[in-house]
Design a protein. Structure first.
Ligand code: FAD
Length: 421
């Protein structure tokens, strides 16, 4: 008997991270035959180890005049949140020039508006996505605290509150006593906080990917372990080449996170995608250490209580895709966690992990069609906000694929925005 050849999919999604899997599920629900291809287990990229927090209040692009002024000081601080290994400097120099140019006032203002629009739609999109597969319990109305130890914190909290209110993001200022009543797990060194009462976290980002995968498979979706190597445009669609051979489809969506640049360049699109290496610690025994995610404004560290334990993340290291994790970063994360927690036990026995945030110089993702080949779409580059923006990106991907007017303006995210016309 001849083996049955599976029919060609309508859509191939390259990459089974949060962006790829939310998009796969959305398109499947709209009636498309979808095949996902990933070279490893779904959700093992950046989506595995993030801080699990829907950071809707992060609407500032990373490149601002203030960041550029602070950068030299941050780079030499041994416990600072930013680092750049000297041997990577020649490789990243052209990207840094673009990053500096993105700090011009008009770029920052338009970037902030674009990020605020994506973030404002993100929680509702996650509620629709997880609600549709019976996984609404993965989303937790936790609230979020930005905390300050230094005396200048109150002024900074007021200023931040004023700025964010202009974008409809509400917060409350808490003094020393109120902070510790809200979360007794925090060190007494914390003086002030800004509470975002409407903020959400997930139970564990990897668990979220697993729930998406299970729902997608249950509805007949295919996930193939394959390393995608090339995309060729043909009259009636695309041919995707991987280490498992060639597959035809009507459309392809490239959602390879930090690894997307190479595939885009095969389609003659030079997208300046870099990576921000991010390290994390997970204290499996300290699940109840905090009541909600905490971000330290002084230390640029986020701690989130998750189902797998207390996760501590920080740092942006502009080191590309090939350098090994840095032991120094793990030590520094422990140093910050010990200062921020009332009880720092468990820090001697932690899980360590490093992942790659996909980041463009203007901090905006790439979401949209190839300018010349409408059968090819891109969805990557969500930097620190890929969990936050995954479900809304999936809805935009579907609108774009169906040639519907997207629910928010996607012009700022166009793939060819860095090319000279
Ligand atoms: C330490 C840290 C903390 C973070 N905290 C938060 C947070 O609290 N909130 C938030 O919103 N965001 C956060 N982020 C950012 C967020 O995790 C990412 O933006 C998001 O996970 C990106 O998802 P993705 O699907 O684009 O990429 P990934 O999850 O990296 O997925 C890309 C996939 O592509 C696959 N792949 C790569 N190359 C190939 C190939 N050639 N063929 C086939 N498959 C391939 C990989 O195996 C991987 O599965 C954090 C990131 C880090 C590192």
């Amino acid at each position: 008997m001849k083996a049955e050849v599976p029919p060609s999919p309508d859509v191939i999604i390259a990459g089974a991270g949060l962006i790829g899997m939310t998009s796969a599920l959305k398109l499947q629900q709209l009636g498309y035959r979808v095949r996902v291809m990933d070279r490893s287990e779904p959700g093992r990229g950046a989506s595995f180890g993030n801080a699990g927090y829907l950071a809707t209040e992060l609407i500032d692009p990373l490149s601002t005049p203030e960041t550029l002024c602070k950068a030299p000081r941050l780079l030499i601080d041994p416990h600072g949140p930013l680092s750049l290994p000297p041997r990577y400097l020649p490789t990243i120099a052209p990207w840094l020039v673009r990053f500096a140019l993105a700090a011009r006032r008009h770029s920052v203002d338009s970037g902030r508006t674009a990020l605020a629009a994506l973030n404002a739609s993100s929680v509702a999109a996650w509620q629709r996505c997880l609600g549709s597969i019976g996984a609404a319990d993965e989303l937790i109305a936790s609230g979020y605290l930005t905390v300050w130890e230094k005396p200048g914190g109150l002024g900074q909290a007021r200023e931040k509150q004023r700025k964010l209110r202009q974008y409809g993001i509400e917060s409350e200022i808490l003094g020393h006593e109120e902070v510790h009543r809200r979360d007794p797990g925090l060190s007494q060194a914390i003086q002030h906080a800004l509470l975002f009462p409407n903020a959400y976290q997930v139970s564990d980002p990897y668990r979220v990917v697993q729930r998406l995968v299970a729902a997608f498979r249950e509805a007949g979706g295919e996930i193939v372990e394959a390393s995608v190597e090339d995309i060729r445009v043909v009259d009636d669609g695309v041919v995707v080449t991987s280490d498992r051979g060639e597959v035809n489809a009507k459309h392809v969506i490239v959602a390879l996170g930090a690894w997307s640049r190479q595939l885009a360049s095969k389609l003659e699109l030079d997208i300046p995608l870099e990576t921000e290496r991010g390290h994390h610690l997970t204290l499996s025994g300290r699940l109840g250490a905090l009541r909600q995610p905490i971000g330290s404004a002084d230390r640029n560290v986020v701690m989130t209580p998750m189902q797998c334990g207390l996760r501590i993340v920080g740092f942006s290291e502009l080191g590309g895709l090939f350098l090994p994790p840095s032991a120094k970063r793990y030590r520094t994360l422990k140093h910050h966690a010990a200062a921020l927690l009332a009880d720092s036990s468990g820090l001697e026995n932690v899980d360590e992990w490093m992942g790659f945030r996909p980041t463009l110089p203007d901090s905006l993702p790439v979401i949209g069609k190839h300018p010349k080949h409408s059968q090819v779409q891109f969805a990557f580059g969500h930097q620190h906000l890929g969990l936050t923006q995954a479900a809304i990106t999936a809805e935009l991907n579907a609108d774009i694929l169906m040639n519907k007017t997207p629910q928010i303006d996607i012009h700022p995210f166009r793939p060819d925005r860095f090319n000279r016309h």
